[in-house]
Design a protein around this ligand. Structure first.
Ligand SMILES: NC(=O)c1ccc[n+]([C@@H]2O[C@H](COP(=O)([O-])OP(=O)(O)OC[C@H]3O[C@@H](n4cnc5c(N)ncnc54)[C@H](OP(=O)(O)O)[C@@H]3O)[C@@H](O)[C@H]2O)c1
Length: 219
């Protein structure tokens, strides 16, 4: 995740969400090249012109050298099925697209999404059971390493489910402000300090005016 110095991942009006340097963007693609699948939330996917792919021949080569598929799987989370079937991601057919949803999605929404995705998987009644969803992804699609690229709502659900092993954070020298601007973990959050997720700082590198931080989970 790229984050401003005041902890935001987009402006309050959501118009600006890409604000890292070219180095930060390269870091994102380097990470994608280590993962079997890339996962994003519905609002990230339908608000931006992104395809969630490897990002070029250089990265495809790196993937093959590591024994990964040339193109990563793409996973989109949309609990209510509100994901836009016209989103840019569906215009790129290089790898399967899997949508995780719940029984809240209507038959109509499911039919629309099934027309554009490789598979639409219902993973719970009202909420997505991420532990079960990730087990299914491993079993059916052989996803061993998953890169979640946000946004904040999806990240929060994964933190609360205790499913995040590593957090890659780029701190960018900007202030966005705005009470409603999303942060790296928005959603519901933890209610007490005792519940807060403890992290261990694994590395910190400065490149230009940005800090590249890697945190690991404790325990
Ligand atoms: N700076 C960065 O690195 C970065 C990275 C990614 C995104 N962003 C920005 O962040 C903003 C989007 O973040 P966001 O937090 O608003 O949205 P988000 O997490 O991308 O998507 C939220 C939607 O995803 C689905 N979802 C997420 N968690 C879910 C869960 N636990 N169960 C079921 N469905 C779930 C829901 O879809 P339904 O409504 O269909 O149920 C929810 O409305 C955008 O402006 C984006 O550009 C910035």
């Amino acid at each position: 995740m790229a984050m401003t110095a005041d902890g935001k991942i987009a402006t309050a009006n959501r118009t600006i969400a890409s604000f890292g340097s070219p180095r930060d963007h390269a870091h994102l693609l380097e990470l994608r090249a280590t993962a079997d699948a890339v996962m994003s939330g519905a609002r990230t996917v339908d608000s931006a012109k992104i395809n969630l792919g490897p990002g070029g021949a250089k990265f495809q080569k790196q993937r093959l050298k590591r024994g990964l598929a040339e193109f990563n799987l793409r996973i989109i989370v949309s609990g209510s099925g509100s994901l836009d079937p016209q989103a840019e991601v569906f215009r790129h057919a290089f790898s399967p697209i899997i949508i995780l949803t719940t029984r809240r999605a209507t038959a109509n929404q499911l039919a629309r999404l099934r027309r554009v995705a490789t598979e639409v998987k219902i993973c719970g009644a009202k909420e997505i059971n991420f532990a079960a969803a990730l087990r299914w992804l491993r079993r059916k699609w052989n996803v061993q390493r998953l890169l979640c690229e946000g946004g904040g709502d999806l990240n929060d659900a994964l933190f609360r489910a205790g499913l995040v092993d590593e957090l890659h954070l780029t701190v960018c020298p900007k202030i966005f402000g705005g009470r409603t601007a999303p942060t790296i973990a928005a959603g519901i959050g933890f209610k007490t300090l005792a519940q807060a997720k403890p992290l261990q700082l694994r590395s910190a590198h400065r490149v230009g005016a940005e800090m590249f931080l890697v945190y690991g989970k404790i325990g």
